[in-house]
Design a protein around this ligand. Sequence first.
Ligand code: 8YV
Length: 325
Amino acid sequence: MKPNILAYKALPDDVLAYLREHADVVTLDDAALSPGTLAAALKDADGAIGASVKVTPAMLEGATRLKALSTISVGVDQFDVDDLTRRGILLAHTPDVLTESTADTVFALILASARRVVELADWVRAGQWQKSVGEAQFGVEVQGKTLGIVGLGRIGGALARRAALGFDMRVLYTNRHPNEAAERAYGAKRVELAELLGAADFVCLQVPLTAETRHLIGAAELKAMKPGAILINTSRGAIVDEAALIEALRHGTILGAGLDVFEREPLAADSPLLTMKNVVALPHIGSATRETRHAMARCAAENLVAALAGTLTRNIVNREVLKRP
Ligand code: 8YV
């Protein structure tokens, strides 16, 4: 008998067709999705695929058949992983396929913030370009500067490559373990966070959101940055204490920020961040290219089918589940 799969995010047609070859698929309209609807639909599911929705332990209380969850993301902060493991539910995610497009987004924010691309494009649109630009419109250089990467994993590595080989930048990083490949290939140097904050012209946050990384960057860390430095966050909003960031930007503690993620998403239209010319705010588009989002959906679908067949060997978040008798 085919397993039951719940898709709680819209999937490309070919990916949905692939799932239907292997399972009976129920789809939920993600625009109208509430925790109650998702919890009710999970009751009949052997597996579920989706993204961008918090899946809490309470929502899994009635999900007695559920064997696998497959998130269309690399980040797994929408789940209580320990709770899933206790319940014997395998969690799969989509690393690798989004590495390059996300590193591009980081670099887009670096360049846009340093060269004031969004602010000055608005200025042109507003009819303010009446003579050739002067100092008031100058940005800061990117090439040759120091890039600080907080968390040098896959995306951090792709960022280090762009910075070192494309922009001749010095790369400093923090990471739980040394990243020897990045040290060899890009001259990246592992330092303590305090040293990175004090030396970097661009501080890029590339760590996952966990209890340890929540508000990793607060008032003290922002103060430790150089006054001319720019903070780039494409990881998760809660890595930064947003209220402290707003204060730091207001008082010129740092030069600017390029942000793709926020403590609350979607970002409220009345957020003070949106009134600041030295902030570039994007709507969480890190991996949002046609090609990458398709590859992520395909990868997540394949992860789920293999997980339900008991053949999944990669992209597993809680491998401990497999060791259970
Ligand atoms: C997506 C992401 O925005 O992979 C992640 O962790 O943040 C993004 O690629 C998101 O999960 C929606 O698919």
